[in-house]
Write a protein that binds this ligand. Structure first.
Ligand SMILES: [Zn+2]
Length: 571
């Protein structure tokens, strides 16, 4: 199969140079016909059919145009009049922890202590011996009586399995006896500063650990093994395929980013990488990539590195996003710069050197002052290294100062944004920062008006990976609590076309891939989704229920609701 394909491309090349193209037009491997094709290619916005040869799109047009490429071995997909789009490219995910989260026990909607216990028992049964069982989000207020769980509930079926389950608010966790033993927590262990080891009447730990006491257990959980990493990525790949996510940009800012790259590489070699991945390790490690001459978007169409992820501040919810003015509900707090930014001269040095090595810099910045500070740093980088197509990014870019939109555009900074957060945080953000700042929050329309490039993503597993919900969020801005059905700051809504473009071409631009993916254009990679409904014509409120019927990556079907099956890209 591989050999014949190479042979075919040789013939094709020969046909081109000798002008024999018209006489020896090859047959397509795949034709998708009877589709409502929305190409995201402004030179040819709509079509009925798409032809694919190998991993590339070779024709986009009417059924008749494309039918000319049909040969005896061409596979046909009748799209049944459904909407066909370029595959979604999620510009900001945490892919390994996302994959891990799919295997964590989900306890939030457990309605009783018995159900809580049963779900943990099921998870323990399928967990390899010695591995930790984590997850949770349990909420005892949903049970009768609403009593905190203790380790006794789970100890009987976890004699060798360490368990640590978080409460939904993150301020408490339940450990079993194995986990307590590994962490060395006994009746004699004093409460750590800022934490409480909950104890029974005899003074023995019950397993419940509050705040800083949770860290006593967290710190003994070993880093992921290579096998765990592979397993997490495989779960994430299958999930992404089912949602029509054909590319992800992995903000891999943790200590073990290079171990993830190794695991991606192994899956690539096995033909298992069914989502394209661009990895951004921590900016503090910029030298690791620079020293071997890696630049932005280095790699192949499936696996690329050469980006860097940094942090300027924290989050709005935790009150650590960094603002010019204090929080409206907390007059003594304006947030703060993150550790990496202290001192600023250190971050400036990293950025200037990383940029000189042609690495792409992506910086998390949420509060207006954090964003402004990053723009200052980016300005200094340009001053130091001169003009180039460097595509600086600000991740989240949540709360903009009025004066910074123009600067954002002028520096060519990409706003890598997560619209789902707007309908989630939109429930309470105004109470924290007041109406003026809230009007410049997730200001997607204002960004576009200023000519800023938008790249869409989710920050999975902080928010759901489903791109349909992100499109729904950008188009409706209807907060999850149902209180803003006409949209929270509705003047910032985008059209469906703008949202789709930001999620395809916009994200592709954000990773230097706009010439190879992001639209249904001849010559580009055949990354395609077919949706259950036409999101351009249905009531926007119904967009959130739309499903992905088929996902095609590089011409290969990787998700098909008709067959409910996961495929590999190997031949
Ligand atoms: Zn993130």
């Amino acid at each position: 199969m591989k050999v014949s394909r190479i042979f075919l491309s040789l013939i094709l090349g020969f046909a081109f140079v000798t002008g024999l193209w018209s006489q020896s037009k090859p047959a397509a491997d795949l034709i998708i016909d009877n589709a409502k094709v929305w190409t995201v290619d402004h030179t040819n916005p709509t079509a009925q059919a798409v032809a694919v040869l190998g991993d590339r799109i070779i024709a986009v047009g009417s059924s008749a145009d494309v039918a000319a490429l049909r040969g005896p071995a061409t596979r046909l997909i009748d799209a049944g009049g459904k909407l066909l789009l370029p595959g979604f490219n999620d510009a900001h995910v945490h892919f390994v922890s996302g994959g891990r989260s799919l295997d964590e026990v989900q306890l939030n909607d457990a309605k009783s202590l018995e159900e809580f216990k049963r779900r943990i028992e099921e998870r323990v049964r399928i967990t390899p011996k010695g591995e930790w069982v984590e997850g949770g989000d349990w909420d005892e207020t949903k049970w009768t009586p609403a009593k905190l769980p203790t380790k006794d509930v789970i100890d009987s079926f976890t004699p060798d399995t360490p368990v640590l389950l978080s409460r939904y608010d993150g301020h408490m966790a339940l450990a079993n006896s194995v986990a307590l033993r590994l962490a060395g927590i006994t009746a004699k262990t004093p409460d750590p500063p800022g934490g409480v080891i909950v104890r029974d009447t005899q003074g023995n730990p019950t397993g419940a650990l509050k705040d800083a006491a949770e860290d006593l257990v967290f710190k003994v959980i070993p880093p992921l093994s290579h096998d765990q990493r592979l397993r997490a990525i495989r779960r994430a790949l299958a999930y992404a395929a089912s949602l029509g996510v054909t590319s992800v940009q992995d903000m891999n800012d943790e200590n073990d980013s290079f171990a993830d790259i190794r695991a991606y590489g192994e899956l690539l070699q096995n033909g298992e990488l069914t989502t394209r991945v661009y990895v951004a390790p921590a900016v503090s490690d910029w030298h690791e990539q620079a020293k071997v001459g890696i630049r932005h978007a280095f790699g192949n169409s499936y696996l690329r590195i050469g980006a860097l992820k940094g942090f300027a501040d924290g989050s709005l919810g935790s009150g650590t996003a960094y603002f010019f003015d204090p929080y409206s509900d907390e007059p003594d707090n304006s947030g703060l710069l993150g550790k990496q930014m202290l001192p600023l001269s250190k971050m400036r040095d990293w950025m200037i050197q990383a940029d000189a090595a042609d690495l792409q810099i992506c910086t998390h910045a949420i509060g207006d002052r954090a964003i402004s500070t990053v723009l200052d740093l980016y300005t200094e980088v340009v001053k130091a290294n001169g003009a180039s197509d460097r595509r600086f990014r600000i991740e989240h870019a949540q709360h903009m100062a009025e004066k910074d939109f123009a600067r954002f555009a002028q520096l060519g900074v990409i706003a890598s944004v997560q619209p789902y957060q707007a309908i989630d945080d939109g429930r309470w953000a105004e109470a924290r920062i007041g109406p003026a700042r809230a009007s410049r929050t997730y200001a997607f329309r204002t960004f576009l008006n200023h000519g800023v490039h938008l790249a869409f993503g989710t920050d999975w597993d902080v928010a759901p990976l489903n791109p349909i919900w992100t499109v729904y969020a950008a188009v409706t801005r209807a907060t999850l609590d149902g209180k803003n059905p006409k949209g929270w700051f509705p003047e910032q809504k985008l059209t469906v076309a703008e949202a789709v473009e930001a999620y395809t071409m916009g994200s592709a631009y954000g990773e230097f891939q706009e010439r190879v993916t992001g639209s249904i254009t001849p010559g580009k990679l055949a990354d395609i989704v077919i949706l259950s409904d036409d999101i351009f014509s249905i009531d926007p409120a119904k967009i959130r229920d739309v499903k992905v019927l088929k996902t095609i990556v590089g011409g290969k079907l990787v998700w098909d609701t008709d067959r409910k099956k996961q495929y590999s890209t190997a031949n």
